[in-house]
Design a protein around this ligand. Structure first.
Ligand code: G3P
Ligand code: CA
Length: 343
């Protein structure tokens, strides 16, 4: 059955499942907002490291977010970029392995080679400078690139030993790039998730992706797994997706046939005012809620305040209270939780 021809019955069932999911997720935290540890505890430890996962888990978040790409031997690894140079010492260890565009693609390296790398705080590879200057020092201590399996085993192990039920929020990175490289990242990730018991709406998981065709495919493979359509700017990618259209009522209606929620950029929630100075709240959250979609916005950072907010507290107030998002990805979980208690 084609998603575009989704039956009325199927669509109603999907909406009911969405509403149940929203209420069960909202019931899980006192301030009623879902907090997602963006790339682990990335505000205080290098992103996507097992140490960061343990820290985020100890803070008692709702979900911890792994971004996933593939190695040359098709192992799912937790890495934000399809390249290795911004967060590892790949240039030092494998100086001759860049492609002609200067990038060191993870997909050109075997897992055993990736495991030799040290992970560092994110830098701009051109300047060597930290992207967020006040964060963890570069080239200090020792961090590795985890596999998705190691990552899930750590979360599930901590869930068992602490008695908590903290979820995972994996993002399948660039499926169309992987396809061009001859790899099916979606099947590989979904197989791993199934192996670890993530199969349906009761499991504490959302699977997210910027590419709608991938989510539609997962919807057919796993009818009950909660999905989130990430919304970016079409200029960020060469994937042909019209993200502007996704933000219209018609676009959101289409998303509601295959996903439970949307993950918009905060720049979609507050936009420059057409009338003079300042910023206006958009209708996106309201329109998404009308379609039964949850809204989990990205990314809240204490050290990168967007122009529509005065400081971090003001940012949280604008995004959570004024705009009424249901949850957000944040690099700064602890501050977010503490400030939310005061709001
Ligand atoms: O997945 C939500 C958010 O993480 C998307 O942005 O670039 O940090 O993966 P990015
Ligand atoms: Ca992500």
């Amino acid at each position: 059955m084609k998603i575009s021809n989704f039956s009325l019955k199927g669509s109603i069932i999907l909406k009911v499942v969405s509403l149940l999911l929203i209420s069960s997720l909202l019931a899980s935290c006192s301030h009623n907002k879902v907090i997602i540890a963006h790339r682990g505890a990335s505000g205080v430890l290098p992103e996507h490291t097992l140490q960061g996962v343990a820290m985020a888990h100890a803070w008692g978040v709702d979900f911890i977010e792994p971004d996933v790409v593939l190695s040359r031997d098709s192992e799912a690894i937790v890495l934000h970029d399809i390249y290795l140079e911004s967060t590892t010492n790949v240039k030092e260890l494998f100086p001759k392995r860049a492609r002609s565009d200067g990038h060191y693609y993870a997909i050109d390296f075997l897992l055993e080679e990736i495991k030799k790398l040290q992970v560092n705080e994110r830098i701009n590879p051109k300047t060597g400078l930290k992207v967020y200057p006040k964060r963890f020092p570069v080239k200090k201590s020792s961090f590795k690139v985890p596999t998705l399996k190691e990552y899930i085993e750590l979360v599930q192990g901590l869930n068992k030993s602490t008695g908590q039920n903290i979820g995972i929020y994996p993002e399948i990175k660039r499926p169309s790039f992987h396809k061009l490289e001859g790899k099916d990242i979606t099947s590989i990730v979904m197989k791993i998730l199934s192996h670890y018991g993530y199969e349906n709406g009761n499991d504490k998981i959302f699977v997210q992706c910027f590419e709608p065709e991938t989510l539609k495919r997962i919807r057919k493979m796993k009818p009950n797994i909660p999905l989130v359509q990430l919304i970016g700017e079409s200029s960020w990618f060469k994937n042909g997706v019209n993200y502007k259209e996704m933000q219209t009522r018609e676009g959101l209606q289409k998303i509601s046939t295959y996903a439970q929620g949307i993950g918009p950029w905060i720049g979609h929630i507050y936009k420059k005012s057409r009338m003079g100075e300042g910023f206006d709240k958009t209708e996106l959250v309201k329109k998404a809620h009308e379609k039964g979609l949850v809204v989990h916005a990205y990314t809240l950072r204490r050290d990168q305040i967007p122009p529509f907010a005065q400081n971090y507290k003001d940012l949280l107030k604008k995004v959570f209270l004024n705009a009424q998002v249901d949850g957000a990805f944040t690099d700064h979980v602890l501050e977010t939780k503490n400030i939310l208690k005061e709001l």
